[in-house]
Design a protein around this ligand. Structure first.
Ligand SMILES: NC(=O)c1ccc[n+]([C@@H]2O[C@H](COP(=O)([O-])OP(=O)(O)OC[C@H]3O[C@@H](n4cnc5c(N)ncnc54)[C@H](O)[C@@H]3O)[C@@H](O)[C@H]2O)c1
Length: 314
């Protein structure tokens, strides 16, 4: 069984399955299992409060339904894989030319590929239709689609200014694309019946530590990621009345195809810049945090660095 079908307070042995069938008010709950723990959330009863299991109806599928953008590679792929392993259904959104169809096929019947560009309203709407038609709903949207460039604002040696189109493209994909997916996902999530705690959904964005410590050549990338950081709280506030949370992860250096192309010595050097653990992050560690965010309803409107205490140098 997976963590998404039970919460994980205490030791593994001590974990209890989220198996409640009805909430305090008789609301819809997990459809599986019979050993429901007594619910004390929000009450003054003895013992630690039991968090509301809004994401519990996961196993067997169709359980939680997620959309993962950029899902055919790197952090998005690892997230899609973990979610499916945990009993969720995943719509994997990526560019038509990506490996999306192949990755989705490998993940089986609980994963569907939706070829789309995150910057297109029409294409993202079509991808959300896949979630609705194939899996009936959407509870989690994970924005992983992104691009990066390394160009100086003005390179005096080459007398070359940063192309405006390049700046706009990066901001358009990373920032506008994230907002596009978020706004349209929120509409679909708002149709979910709320769980006993009022939850209807969660949006997880992917920024970067470059939002805070952009390096030379990262003007466009940092601007796009800084925009994601900046809009996290206002969107969380916008969507709070609907019971939809918004959380952003700011990864440090992760071993994805983005970095795989670098020579090993450069990868090792980059890994050594990380105080601890002194290595590149594994995409599975990103996916693990997505799951943790999904399981913890109190995290909202926040940016979480996932970087081994890395602070990028200029
Ligand atoms: N790898 C890292 O070290 C790192 C660090 C910080 C932040 N990030 C961010 O994490 C996210 C994922 O990065 P990754 O390393 O997995 O990269 P990746 O290149 O492996 O994956 C990115 C995916 O996004 C897709 N994509 C690009 N443009 C798209 C568009 N317009 N519409 C739909 N899909 C599109 C690509 O096809 C690809 O599958 C990015 O936003 C990146 O900026 C990565």
């Amino acid at each position: 069984s997976g963590l998404l079908s039970f919460t994980c307070w205490g030791s593994r042995k001590g974990r209890r399955k989220w198996t409640r069938r009805t909430g305090p008010g008789g609301e819809r709950g997990c459809p599986h299992g019979a050993s429901a723990p007594p619910q004390s959330w929000g009450s003054a009863s003895a013992g630690p409060p039991v968090p509301p299991p809004w994401l519990c109806p996961l196993s067997p599928p169709p359980g939680l339904v997620a959309l993962v953008t950029g899902g055919s590679s790197g952090l998005g792929r690892a997230t899609a894989e973990r979610l499916v392993q945990q009993g969720a259904c995943v719509v994997l959104l990526d560019l038509p030319a990506s490996q999306g169809a192949k990755v989705a096929a490998e993940l089986g019947d609980n994963c569907a590929f939706a070829p789309a560009d995150v910057t297109s309203a029409k294409e993202v709407e079509a991808a959300l239709e896949v979630a609705k038609k194939r899996f009936g709903k959407l509870e989690l949207a994970v924005n992983c689609a992104g691009v990066g460039i390394a160009v100086k604002t003005y390179n005096a040696k080459k007398d070359k200014v940063h192309e405006l189109e390049d700046f706009q493209r990066v901001v358009n994909v990373n920032l506008v694309g994230t907002f596009n997916v978020t706004r349209l996902s929120a509409r679909l999530m708002s149709q979910n019946p709320p769980d006993p705690d009022g939850h209807r959904g969660l949006v997880v964005n992917t920024a970067s530590v470059a939002a805070f410590e952009g390096q030379v050549g990262q003007a466009a990338y940092s601007a796009s990621k800084g925009g994601i950081v900046g809009m996290t709280l206002p969107i969380a506030r916008d969507l709070a009345p609907l019971g939809i949370r918004v959380v952003t992860i700011a990864p440090g250096l992760f071993s994805t195809p983005l970095l795989a192309g670098l020579p090993e010595r450069v990868r090792n050097f980059l890994g050594q810049q990380v105080p601890f653990p002194s290595r590149l992050g594994h995409p599975g560690e990103f996916a693990h945090l997505v799951q943790a965010l999904a399981e913890n309803p109190m995290i909202n409107g926040e940016v979480v660095r996932l970087d081994g205490a890395l602070r990028m140098q200029p």
